[in-house]
Design a protein around this ligand. Structure first.
Ligand code: HEC
Length: 399
């Protein structure tokens, strides 16, 4: 199945172009979510191995794989061994998950993983690999962004996707697949949803910033930009997560989705996005395509020439309501919510069932920077003080 896409491309390299013009429309304002990461004790950080010039890293066969100079090295236990690669991958331009595997787009071509090896795909010859910016494998389609074009390769057809929008003269930034026939396209500062089968296009947003990384979390498309993280839902609604407490978004360098979690490298930090955003590490020289989480749950990334391993798999037992969270509610929430004093809605947050039902709203309000709980004129809690609630929600709301 895996090689099918590439062999059919090899047989029929026909090229076409799809031009679509968006109808004039009211473009809804992008939702902005100002969610600052919570700061908590950082995971233990080590820098394993000696590296000459590491430049990309991904997970292959469940193991951390590093491109180090011209060599591809894969972790085996405590060591790294060299993988068999017939043609030098060269400089990595983009990575894409491909089912359980990976697609590496480098100056040497497109490579896909095979046990203990990296195989070069024939479709490589159809592209000027040095101009490649992003690659996205979705279903049977390969969506490729170069410095000039957005292209889909499907069933042996290579088609360039062009949008004629009089109010957007900027260059193509990225194409992100949604299925084999639909995609999101960023051109200039505008974001469009394109349907290649129906030949329709819809303008979803303006002012999206410079695209630096793309990924998917289930059906949600993630676009890392100079302004933060854009999430595009299936209905086309767009929200921008600033990853900071202000409207000024943190610039994103890399995105890696692992199950329900999203790992993000910004220019200064490695973050884990889930029920809350947690700072995992500081980074001095952040790299694109250099962030992953291994099967044990440890996070790996490149900081300049250092391969960093974060011992995120070390299990800290999640807090329980009775021992940890109830005392917090008693100390910080009871005075108003137990009786409804100060116009507060009456909520018995010291009762497990009530607290559990209100857990997500409570956490949202505790971490809210505009209208926090407790109200700011009463008491300002530090992230360290409310971390117990964060970990309780993350840990599954134990009684
Ligand atoms: C000084 C009084 C006061 C304290 C202390 C306080 N709250 Fe509140 N809370 C209010 C008031 C007043 C409202 C309603 C107005 C609003 O939503 O801002 C409210 C609203 C809420 C809501 C929204 C309820 C709804 O119907 O949507 C939640 C959730 C909440 N508080 C949780 C908490 C938690 C958790 C704590 C402790 C960490 C806390 N509050 C501490 C006064 C307080």
């Amino acid at each position: 199945m895996r090689s099918l896409l590439f062999s059919s491309v090899l047989l029929a390299a026909c090229t076409g172009a799809i031009q679509v013009t968006p109808p004039p429309a009211e473009i809804p304002a992008m939702g902005v979510v100002m969610n600052a990461p919570v700061d908590r004790p950082r995971p233990h950080r080590t820098t394993p191995g000696e590296w000459s010039s590491p430049s990309a890293l991904w997970l292959q066969d469940g193991e951390v794989t590093v491109l180090d100079g011209a060599l591809v090295r894969q972790r085996s236990g405590d060591d790294f061994s060299t993988l068999e690669v017939a043609i030098e991958p060269g400089v990595v331009k983009a990575l894409s998950r491909r089912g359980a595997g990976v697609m590496v787009a480098a100056t040497g071509g497109f490579f896909h993983d095979a046990p203990g090896r990296l195989l070069r795909a024939p479709v490589s010859d159809d592209f000027a690999m040095s101009s490649l910016r992003f690659v996205d494998v979705v279903g049977a389609a390969l969506w490729v962004t170069t410095s000039t074009d957005a292209t889909r390769v499907l069933d042996g057809h290579r088609e360039t996707v062009r949008i004629n929008d009089a109010s957007e003269t900027g260059a193509v930034q990225a194409i992100i697949g949604r299925s084999s026939t639909a995609a999101l396209l960023v051109k200039g500062a505008s974001l469009y949803a394109v349907d290649l089968e129906a030949r329709t296009v819809k303008t979803l947003a303006r002012g999206v910033g410079t695209v630096t990384a793309i990924d998917h979390r289930g059906d949600v498309a993630l676009i890392g930009t100079s302004e933060g993280l854009l999430e595009v839902a299936t209905d086309g609604s767009v929200s921008r997560h600033t990853l900071s407490a202000t409207d000024v978004g943190q610039a994103i360098v890399d995105i890696e989705v692992v199950g329900e979690l999203t790992l993000v490298t910004t220019t200064s930090q490695v973050l884990q996005l889930g029920a809350v955003i947690v700072v995992l590490a500081d980074v001095t020289q952040a790299w694109p395509d250099a962030l992953t989480k291994d099967v044990n749950g440890d996070v790996w990334f490149l900081d300049g020439a250092s391969l960093v391993r974060l011992s995120t798999s070390v299990v800290v037992p999640p807090p329980s309501f009775a021992a940890d969270v109830k005392p917090f509610m008693t100390a910080h929430c009871r005075s108003c919510h137990a009786t409804g004093a100060n116009y507060a809605p009456q909520l018995n947050l010291e009762n497990y069932a009530v607290a559990r039902n209100w857990a997500v709203q409570s956490l949202n309000r505790i971490t809210d920077t505009v209208a926090p709980m407790p109200p700011a004129n009463r008491e300002v809690l530090t992230p360290a003080q409310y971390d117990v609630v964060v970990r309780w929600v993350e840990g599954g709301l134990l009684p």
